[in-house]
Design a protein around this ligand. Structure first.
Ligand SMILES: O=P(O)(O)OC[C@H]1O[C@H](OP(=O)(O)OP(=O)(O)O)[C@H](O)[C@@H]1O
Ligand SMILES: O=c1cc[nH]c(=O)[nH]1
Ligand SMILES: [Mg+2]
Length: 210
């Protein structure tokens, strides 16, 4: 698994807005939308392209397009705030959904939704989740993809803890990880430090109800 940290000044300024407790949910979501555009732009560097003939107003030439647009998979809830930005950059893509909520005591993910194609062989997948903390949630999600035949998984997250990166790497499910920061680690409640808090609550408020 290769890991890319997007340390561009514009990415880091959006990340700062997300970390700041003074940012309300509107400001948090706006910064997440913009940062996701930058993360997906960088993740797409590894996507295969193909040439095809076009005509400009002046002359025929060769154009470029994605050979195989990825399935986009936001991890609910928090990944929903990344979905629109990713789809805007990848308008030919389809979208699947995985719903996970981390148990507050065991810190393991509880799955409450899967909406994915049954066969993912030959289809690259781009997974979106702002937070890679213990790694339990992303490993769960990426295993669902591999079980369906996917061999090309890229993940975009806003923040990653070293523990989560190692767990994801050890799972052997992901080829590329793109993040805006590798933070110091996790606290005793398994929140990323310094982090940004609960990415779902900061976008949508309250607790998930189900
Ligand atoms: O790496 P982990 O230790 O598994 O933690 C990361 C997960 O926690 C958050 O979701 P959460 O479970 O809070 O659900 P939410 O998006 O509905 O808030 C986050 O969006 C990740 O999915
Ligand atoms: O820091 C963290 C860890 C898990 N989930 C979050 O939303 N934030
Ligand atoms: Mg949450």
């Amino acid at each position: 698994m290769d890991v890319l940290v997007v340390d561009h000044p514009l990415a880091q300024s959006r990340l700062t807005a997300m970390r700041n407790t003074e940012s309300d949910s509107g400001a948090f979501r706006a910064a997440l939308h913009e940062l996701t555009t930058m993360l997906v732009y960088e993740a797409a560097r590894s996507f295969a392209v193909e040439a095809y003939p076009i005509e400009t107003p002046v002359a025929p030439t060769m154009g470029t397009r994605l050979a195989n647009p990825p399935l986009i998979v936001p991890v609910l809830r928090a990944g929903l705030g990344m979905a629109d930005s990713a789809l805007a950059l990848l308008p030919e893509s389809s979208m699947g959904f995985v719903g996970l909520a981390r148990d507050e005591k065991t810190f393991e993910p509880r799955a409450y939704m899967e909406s994915l194609p049954g066969d993912l062989s030959g289809l690259p997948v781009l997974v979106l989740d702002p937070m890679l903390a213990t790694g339990g949630s992303l490993v769960h999600c990426c295993r669902l993809l591999v079980e369906r035949g996917c061999t090309d998984v890229a993940v975009c997250c806003v923040l990653a803890a070293p523990e989560g990166i190692e767990r994801l790497r050890a799972s052997g499910t992901v080829r590329h990880l793109v993040t805006a920061s590798i933070d110091e680690g996790l606290n005793d409640k398994k929140y990323i430090v310094p982090g940004l808090g609960d990415a779902g609550d900061r976008q949508f408020g309250g607790m998930p109800r189900f």
